[in-house]
Design a protein around this ligand. Structure first.
Ligand SMILES: Cc1cc2nc3c(=O)[nH]c(=O)nc-3n(C[C@H](O)[C@H](O)[C@H](O)COP(=O)(O)OP(=O)(O)OC[C@H]3O[C@@H](n4cnc5c(N)ncnc54)[C@H](O)[C@@H]3O)c2cc1C
Length: 316
């Protein structure tokens, strides 16, 4: 097989063609070859993506999508990688990261309109600066607006569903539609966007006028709660498992005697058993094996099935 060198990395002939054609389509500065996914995930885990694209605008997203579809190249849309476990072998295809180059945001009265790449922490800070309340719950979630809308992210009694008004989505054929939030079937960590594999380009949030100081205090209080309860000093992807109905995943894992259980560099956090952390040098395979071990043990002891909240990407 023909192999070419790109910045010290090897590219096969077909990957090289994809890389070069995407460079021509959206510009060299926005296309990377053999990008290590561990540099783009909060788990700090993941091998190379063949091609990694950082679009600047919705037209770029559409161009990349159309290109990948016409050449039958697999692609995946990501935000800040805070809910992803990427394979040690990486991803064969094109990763489209809607993040740093798509972060425009404007506030008009009680409405905030923002591009999908903005971080929730940034969005919550802008809401606070405009004395708008409703987004305090999201200030400590390390995802983008696009990821949060797709997953209907939530914390401390709040969820995106409560503040979302409209979303601009692109379907897999590149068609853009504005959808009302009530038509998006937003549920516990799910949405129509997730089901249909659509792409969030931007969204409109409806907040309420509030007191800036009170908003700031709520955000500070929630931050302290997170810092005291969650293992934020270690790389992770947040809660590893979804909350099973009627239970708490962390409590089940703790009661199963798995606090601190380690496989390779992956560990059930001592601080919060709902988190699998990268305690140092963990591979995706370590995390997968530990998750399986936790699921099996909890099933054996309590007959409760733990479903991953973390999304697996690539070959496992
Ligand atoms: C320390 C820590 C704490 C966390 N706390 C919480 C919490 O309290 N509540 C909570 O809900 N989550 C929490 N999370 C998980 C995570 O931050 C959220 O799920 C977040 O919404 C993911 O956003 P992201 O941009 O990082 O998405 P990614 O991880 O990059 O992707 C996640 C999913 O969203 C899809 N996606 C991303 N962007 C788009 C887009 N523009 N259009 C369509 N699909 C897209 C991806 O395809 C993928 O399926 C936490 C994670 C960490 C590491």
């Amino acid at each position: 097989m023909f192999i070419a060198e790109y910045g010290g990395m090897k590219l096969t002939m077909s990957n090289r063609k994809v890389y070069e054609e995407l460079c021509r389509l959206i510009g060299n500065d926005f296309v990377l070859a053999q990008e290590q996914m561990k540099d783009h995930t909060t788990f700090r885990i993941g091998g190379p993506a063949d091609v990694f694209v950082i679009p600047q605008k919705k037209e770029d997203v559409a161009s990349v999508l159309n290109y990948c579809k016409s050449r039958e190249v697999p692609y995946f849309i990501m935000g800040n990688g805070s809910n992803l476990l990427v394979s040690d072998k990486g991803f064969r295809g094109v990763i489209v990261q809607i993040f740093k180059n798509m972060q425009e945001c404007s506030v008009c009265g009680e409405i905030i309109t923002a591009q999908a790449g903005i971080l929730l922490s940034n969005l919550a800070a802008q809401a606070k600066d405009s004395s708008l309340t409703g987004l305090e719950f999201a200030s400590g979630i390390p995802g983008t607006l696009g990821g949060a809308v797709t997953m209907n992210a939530g914390a401390y009694g709040g969820e995106m569903k409560n503040v979302l008004r409209k979303v601009n989505v692109m379907d897999r054929d590149g068609n853009i539609t504005e959808m009302d939030a009530e038509d998006l079937r937003l549920g516990y960590r799910t949405s129509l966007i997730k089901e249909k594999d659509w792409i969030v380009l931007s969204a409109e949030l409806k907040l309420k006028k509030g007191d800036r100081k009170a908003i700031e205090e709520t955000m500070q209080g929630l931050k302290e709660k997170r810092v005291s309860k969650q293992p934020l000093q270690y790389p992770s992807a947040g809660s590893t498992f979804k909350r099973p109905e009627g239970y708490f995943a962390g409590k089940l894992i703790q009661d199963a005697g798995l606090r601190g259980k380690k496989i390779g560099g992956a560990q059930v956090s001592e601080k919060h058993c709902g988190f699998v952390i990268n305690a140092g040098g963990a591979t995706a395979e370590d995390v997968r094996l530990l998750m399986k071990y936790v699921q099996d043990t909890v099933w054996d002891q309590f007959q409760v099935r733990l479903e991953p909240e973390v999304k697996f990407l690539g070959e496992f």
